[in-house]
Ligand binder design. Structure first.
Ligand SMILES: Cc1cc2nc3c(=O)[nH]c(=O)nc-3n(C[C@H](O)[C@H](O)[C@H](O)COP(=O)(O)OP(=O)(O)OC[C@H]3O[C@@H](n4cnc5c(N)ncnc54)[C@H](O)[C@@H]3O)c2cc1C
Length: 395
């Protein structure tokens, strides 16, 4: 394992840092979370700036317009984005991280020509229609049916927890094209979101926001040419996307946690408890120290994962360890933040110059991340069965 950056990485860092120093502040502050039109403009506008500066598609191959960055350059990229407090991926997430990479690996020439440049330039928003009311952790239990009729699939069913559905132009969707085989009857299709028969009902979250929705699909006609990969081979296609996942999925968030801890330390020096700064409390400083050590070890784990992958070319199970450890530590850190705020931590608005809004909203948001992208229980199952070799759970 080599955790040092090479001169080439540092050159990349210097150039990116110089560009971000101007571009990030010039992009302005994010719009209110429920102003969907403004959020779309903001996120796509930033993607366009990345594209114009040559930083779009950090891990996409060069032949498809990406940067084709090395793994270490990718880590540098996340470090610098966080350092500059630049906009992150926002609603470009599905297109850049899943949809585009799947089309690169499995799409037809026509699908590549239509979608890849537009995703990179920030002209297309994608959402992901995988989960269903009875298919979450057990995704292959999905039931939304697609029946071939001439040159179309006629799709009926319901999707749930579809992030950014109300802003998306396309949906990467899993449908059932064969009921005889659970995993072998799934297909991966591109659904244009302007087709007839799609009803989107926003689902308010604990935060009172509507980041995700239910999607009801009634006789939606999706052209067969929108199939990615072969019919009934969608489960394999879904797993192909994961090849693009290089253990860096949570890198930017982990770096943000390092910054958050520094902010909480500064806040502890401003907050008074029992006539003294909260910072004077040794127990509080010890807890902050422990949290900080955990974040550092998590970052070392990301580098270890990346360095192993660079050597072996095979992504290990480190991704599950990092996902589990990050999302649970994230919760503890923001919970610590709300406790530090004291009574102000009961508010979702800033109180007496204390940043209650950001910390409390972040805390509430951390609750969802132990569920999204494979819940903590599922990650523990994976680790216990595949790393520790414990008996498999009964299916
Ligand atoms: C913020 C957020 C954004 C999301 N965005 C999208 C999106 O854009 N598109 C999309 O398709 N989906 C999305 N999802 C859905 C997400 O993928 C599912 O919530 C997740 O897969 C869990 O499925 P579920 O909610 O149906 O819970 P279930 O699978 O019903 O699980 C319920 C509980 O049982 C536990 N459990 C289930 N199976 C086991 C087991 N075998 N062993 C032990 N415990 C088990 C789970 O850990 C959980 O605690 C999003 C979710 C969140 C929170």
């Amino acid at each position: 394992m080599d955790l040092r950056y090479a001169e080439r990485d540092e050159t990349f860092r210097r150039e990116l840092r110089a560009w971000l120093a101007e571009a990030a502040p010039a992009h302005g502050t994010p719009p209110p979370r429920d102003d969907w039109a403004a959020r779309r403009d903001y996120d796509l506008g930033w993607q366009r700036k990345l594209f114009d500066a040559g930083y779009a598609g950090i891990n996409w191959p060069k032949e498809y317009g990406g940067l084709g960055a090395s793994l270490t350059e990718e880590l540098v990229y996340y470090e610098e984005i966080a350092r500059a407090r630049a906009p992150y991926i926002g609603m470009n997430f599905v297109g850049i991280r899943h949809g585009g990479p799947t089309i690169i690996a499995e799409g037809t020439d026509a699908q590549k020509a239509l979608h890849l440049p537009r995703i990179l330039r920030g002209e297309e928003v994608w959402c992901q229609g995988f989960s269903e009311p009875t298919a979450g952790s057990d995704l292959a239990a999905l039931r939304t049916s697609a029946v071939r009729d001439g040159d179309d699939y006629v799709v009926n069913g319901q999707k749930i927890w579809t992030s950014f559905a109300q802003s998306a132009d396309y949906c990467e969707m899993l449908v059932r094209t064969d009921t005889a085989s659970k995993h072998g009857g799934i297909s991966w299709v591109i659904m244009p979101m302007n087709l007839d028969g799609i009803e989107i009902r926003p689902l308010p979250t604990l935060l009172g926001e509507t980041d995700f929705s239910e999607m009801f699909l009634e006789n939606v006609r999706i052209p067969v040419e929108n199939l990615v990969g072969e019919e009934n081979d969608g489960w394999r296609v879904t797993n192909v996307t994961l090849r693009f996942e290089r253990g860096t999925a949570w890198a930017a968030d982990i770096i943000e946690l390092q910054q958050t801890l520094r902010e909480l330390a500064a806040l502890a020096q401003r907050i008074t408890r029992d006539d003294a700064a909260a910072w004077e409390d040794r127990a509080l400083r010890r807890e902050l120290g422990h949290l900080s050590a955990e974040v550092e070890s998590l970052w070392a784990m990301v580098k270890l994962q990346v360095s192993e992958l660079a050597k072996t070319g095979v992504p290990g199970l480190g991704g599950s360890v990092i996902k589990l450890a990050f999302t649970e530590l994230n919760q503890r850190i923001y919970e610590f933040g709300t406790q530090l705020l004291g009574r102000a931590g009961l508010s979702r608005e800033d109180v007496a110059d204390l940043p209650a809004q950001r910390i409390v909203d972040k805390y509430l948001n951390t609750l969802s991340l132990t569920i999204a992208a494979g819940s903590s229980q599922i990650q523990r199952n994976i680790l216990s069965e595949r790393v520790l070799g414990l008996p498999k759970e009964r299916r």
